[in-house]
Design a protein around this ligand. Structure first.
Ligand SMILES: Cc1cc2nc3c(=O)[nH]c(=O)nc-3n(C[C@H](O)[C@H](O)[C@H](O)COP(=O)(O)OP(=O)(O)OC[C@H]3O[C@@H](n4cnc5c(N)ncnc54)[C@H](O)[C@@H]3O)c2cc1C
Ligand code: SF4
Ligand code: SF4
Ligand code: SF4
Length: 419
């Protein structure tokens, strides 16, 4: 039976729990708030299926020549694009999929208490809840079993999630994962923060505003004339609103401060250039350096295709604007998280320990203080508030950053896939 010796070797995909014929594995939260399988030994029949299905235990790196095809894409419907995390690539793929195949789409949503879990929809309206990144680990619950049922009933299925969830699903499905009716979309994945830390943060927000939260998004967009800013957008039932830039937000500081993600994310098993998914999606931050004729005014999604059916889903998609771009350059400039794991904060253990007895905001302020903006950026922001945008200087800064990123080497142990 499955035994977790080191936490970093379990990504919490839930495949073992869903395969168990006796339903004797429960996914239970540990002290940090991450789910791990716990076996009811009384009812276990030692069939070993849980170990056989674990993709951490049963996949290893296989080198592969070349790179997947790369695209920059965005939803041509600006309302969908604006409401997505990046360019709305996912929403366009999902809508086209529903229209073309009359199938079902699985992805991550919030419940009314902002717990994140995977669910199924067969409607365009349902796509609205799945779109946009939720930077918290999503529970797969019984969705792998649901996918199996749908495929067996002859339905087309599109499943979206983190790379480890897609590996978990495919391993769970076994031979059925080769079904032509199954399409999988994964992400360039930084890691998944703890649901417990997220709930402490939400509690802090309501306490400090003395009001329940009305709406919440981690990828809100505020639009200027030719540009936009991204941050956490929160509205409260008392009518107040907050827009917090990612580096200034309390939860943003935990996530990008590398202190709150799942242990497996700091040594991720699945950070390879090729994936078992059909398409990988991510954020594109330097659109103009790939497509000089156009500015990014609302977000752009980067996409890699790993199969012919993934390619077909992108190339004949009626909702997408699409550019083919050089893969290696795109990975180096935008896709660091495709092939490298985040480096863990040295005080991660202390962080979780202190959260047990101290207020969330006290711990974050003392361990992850806000970083002041550089003088140059402060000046640029001030000028922009007065409508002056020093485009030449910004372009020069961007070019310097891109040149530095292009010097990066993709390690040999990422130039392939896990099989
Ligand atoms: C935890 C996490 C970490 C990420 N890290 C990076 C990164 O380091 N670099 C990068 O370029 N991009 C990263 N992304 C992807 C990025 O945020 C965008 O989702 C991506 O650019 C696609 O944008 P979009 O506008 O096309 O689609 P979106 O509107 O973002 O579509 C949402 C998609 O993300 C899935 N999703 C949302 N939340 C979760 C979740 N908690 N678990 C599993 N699936 C989820 C949905 O099912 C759907 O498929 C990350 C996403 C998540 C969820
Ligand atoms: S990685 Fe997935 S299958 Fe493996 S032990 Fe963890 S939850 Fe189970
Ligand atoms: S060995 Fe079989 S019965 Fe026991 S927990 Fe694993 S899958 Fe379930
Ligand atoms: S970083 Fe790796 S282990 Fe963590 S959620 Fe992403 S794919 Fe899974």
């Amino acid at each position: 039976m499955i035994q977790i010796k080191e936490n970093k070797n379990c990504m919490g995909c839930g495949a073992c729990a869903q395969i168990c014929p006796k339903n004797c594995i429960e996914m239970k939260a540990d002290d940090e708030g991450f789910l791990y399988p716990v076996v009811d030994k009384e009812n276990c029949i030692d069939c070993n299926r849980c170990e056989q299905v674990c993709s951490v235990l049963n996949t290893s790196f296989v080198p592969k020549e070349g790179f997947p095809d790369a695209y920059l894409i965005y939803d041509t419907d600006s309302e969908w694009r604006k409401k997505s995390a990046a360019g709305g690539g996912f929403a366009a793929i999902a809508r086209d999929f529903l229209k073309r195949y009359n199938g079902v789409v699985f992805g991550a949503v919030y419940d009314s208490d902002y717990n994140v879990y995977h669910t199924k929809t067969d409607s365009v309206d349902g796509i609205k809840s799945i779109q946009k990144s939720k930077y918290v680990q999503s529970e797969t619950r019984d969705t792998f079993r649901m996918v199996k049922e749908e495929l067996k009933n002859g339905k087309y299925v599109l499943y979206s999630g983190t790379p480890c969830q897609i590996y978990g699903l495919k391993s769970f499905l076994g031979k059925l994962s080769e079904d032509e009716k199954l399409f999988c979309v994964d992400l360039s994945c930084h890691g998944v923060p703890s649901p417990k830390v997220f709930q402490l943060y939400l509690d802090y927000l309501s306490r400090s505003e003395k009001s329940p939260i009305a709406t919440f998004t981690m990828r809100d967009k505020q639009y200027g004339k030719n540009n936009y800013k991204q941050g956490f957008g929160i509205s409260f039932e008392n009518g107040n609103r907050q827009f917090n830039s990612h580096p200034s937000d309390y939860f943003g500081r935990c996530f990008w401060g590398e202190i709150s993600s799942r242990p497996s994310c700091y040594d991720c098993h699945f950070k390879t250039v090729w994936r078992s998914a059909d398409i990988t999606l991510g954020d594109c931050w330097f659109f103009n350096s790939f497509v000089p004729s156009e500015q990014d005014t609302m977000g752009v999604t980067l996409a890699f295709t790993h199969s012919e059916k993934g390619k077909a889903l992108l190339e004949s998609n009626e909702f997408l604007c699409r550019y083919t771009v050089p893969s290696e350059k795109l990975i180096k400039v935008n896709g660091g998280m495709i092939y490298s794991s985040a480096e863990v904060h040295p005080q991660r253990e202390e962080f979780f320990k202190r959260l047990k007895s101290e207020p969330f905001e006290t711990v974050v302020d003392s361990m992850l203080p806000k970083k002041p903006k550089s003088k140059k950026n402060q000046l640029l922001d001030t000028l922009e508030r007065f409508g002056i945008r020093l485009e030449k200087l910004r372009r020069k800064n961007r070019e310097r950053r891109i040149n530095a990123l292009l010097q990066r080497t993709i390690p040999d142990n990422a130039l392939g896939e896990m099989k």
